[in-house]
Design a protein around this ligand. Sequence first.
Ligand code: FES
Ligand code: FES
Length: 158
Amino acid sequence: MKTPIQFHLNGEEVAAFADGGANLLDLLREAIGDLSVKGGCWQGTCGTCTVLIDGAPRLACVTLAESCGGKSIETVAGLRRGADLHPLQTAFMERFAAQCGYCTPGMLMAAKALLDRNPNPTRENVVDAICGNICRCTGYEPIIAAILDAAGAGRRRA
Ligand code: FES
Ligand code: FES
């Protein structure tokens, strides 16, 4: 049985039919076509599927799609504004914080959630914010540096 569901995705209203028990990750990718959201483990342990739901980082693979009606969901597809990359995306490029890139969408969204609520994070705040996101490539230091750079860029713009 399918359930109609409506929510805001990166500021746009979207509607889809969710299979009973479907998770948000599969709904976003398969029913809505937002392929910017990645799946790694599909069991809530890797963080690759992190999206923001009403501003809070959530694991889309263990979020019931039907529970998202009326919510505001952000994915990495919504970070860029036209031709302008989000400061986090620029910093990730400049710091070589993505290698295979598999963890990158989840890292970016976890980092965005942090900077949205705390534009002046400490290194410890950054480590805490991404502690649920596994990266098998970078050793984490470039990612941490990129997030701190993006915070600095945000402060300079303010
Ligand atoms: S795919 Fe969701 S936590 Fe790994
Ligand atoms: S860049 Fe490859 S898993 Fe993080």
